[in-house]
Design a protein around this ligand. Structure first.
Ligand code: UT7
Length: 332
């Protein structure tokens, strides 16, 4: 029997309207456009406004447009995975809420947390269910309202993050396309460098935790930076060597968008010219599990069937990894 691969057969995204510029941030904290552009490479990011609106609001919009775009009935979806660090609630899962809002009634759905590596972790899990025949149509939807856990009085973190959602449809194929290989890694040493101090079972929310601003992202930027560069590059180079990929036969690197300097360093170690690297950090910032599908969505019309693509990410945990895929369709 022919081997079944899981292929991305459609992609959609949702971006909130509100644009938070570096100039506006400069009025909130002691920073400026020049510092943010030089050290991070972000010009602006999107923010979801509106009382009571969580990540599912954006995730559901992305999923609805994915279903419409791919002409897929919500009844045919078998599984929905939502990688997120900003779920609507501690429980139930945001994936359940997204499914409800998008009219998906025959699927099982769940969230998973691998921070900024969430999309590549979720895509790997999803691909297993497609490859073994258990599921025929799976949606992975990265949805993040990072503004809900960002401290807009902390200049070391507030320029970094943005809100967005992006979703892909995965389907089986017997052609030699789709997800070919994945490498995923974790090192729990990351806890001390990047975390949210309170709100979980170890330190439940209290007046004290709120007063101490412990419900926001805590990051030791320099340590995370060093880990991100070396680990993202290691797994991406490992993937290239394993599959005889070179700067010539690779079409694209799709890196997690955390810092332009990290992206440049990883591309350099892979020997890739900048023209082969998807970069949109300047417009959206770090949208955690939405960055990689947001790039694929923006570049969709430039992708061709058979294109060799590496997705690479690094995030809280620490978590990191790379995925090698062959793009499954030509521009439509
Ligand atoms: O996606 C999850 C993984 N996360 C990441 O990959 C993020 C990794 N880390 C980074 O991207 C960078 O470390 C940051 C962008 C967070 C910080 O850049 P940096 O080049 O590491 O800066 P730094 O923390 O070493 O700070 C340099 C200086 C400091 O001033 P002094 O001590 O040299 O006087 C900071 O206080 O820059 C100052 N600074 C700022 N100045 C203006 C920090 N934030 C700002 C700011 N505006 N927003």
């Amino acid at each position: 029997m022919a081997k079944i691969n899981a292929a991305i057969t459609g992609i959609a995204a949702y971006l909130p309207d509100y644009i938070l510029t570096n100039d506006e941030l400069s009025q909130m904290v002691d920073t400026n456009d020049e510092w943010i552009m030089t050290r991070i490479g972000i010009k602006e990011r999107r923010i979801l406004k509106g009382e009571g609106k969580g990540a599912s609001e954006m995730g559901a919009e992305a999923v609805k447009s994915l279903l419409a775009k791919t002409n897929t009935s919500p009844d045919d979806i078998d599984m929905v995975i939502c990688p997120t660090v900003t779920p609507d609630h501690m429980f139930p899962a945001t994936a359940n809420i997204i499914s409800e809002k998008a009219g998906i009634k025959n699927a099982f759905s769940f969230d998973m947390n691998a921070a900024c590596s969430g999309f590549i972790y979720a895509l790997t899990i999803a691909s297993q269910f497609v490859e073994n025949g258990r599921c025929k149509k799976v949606i992975v939807v990265g949805a993040e309202k990072m503004s809900s856990i960002t401290d807009y009085t902390d200049r070391t973190t507030c320029p970094l993050f943005g809100d967005a959602a992006a979703a892909v449809l995965l389907e089986p194929t017997t052609e030699n396309i789709g997800i070919i290989d994945t490498i995923l890694r974790t090192d729990g040493v990351g806890l001390s460098h990047l975390h949210m101090k309170a709100g979980g079972s170890a330190r439940p929310a209290s007046h004290l935790t709120v007063d101490a601003k412990e419900h926001f992202i805590y990051q030791e930027g320099q340590a995370v930076f060093k880990w991100a560069v070396s680990k993202m590059a290691d797994v991406s180079v490992e993937m290239m060597e394993k599959h005889n990929l070179t700067a010539d036969n690779m079409a694209w690197l799709v890196p997690h968008q955390a810092n332009l300097r990290i992206i440049d360093a990883v591309a350099n170690r892979m020997g890739l010219p900048k023209e082969k690297v998807m970069i949109n950090i300047q417009k959206y910032g770090n949208t955690t599990s939405a960055t990689i599908p947001l790039c694929l969505w923006e570049w969709e019309n430039q992708l061709h069937k058979g294109d060799n693509i590496i997705l690479a990410a690094f995030g809280g945990g620490f978590t990191w990894g790379s995925i090698y895929l062959k793009w499954a369709y030509d521009p439509k």
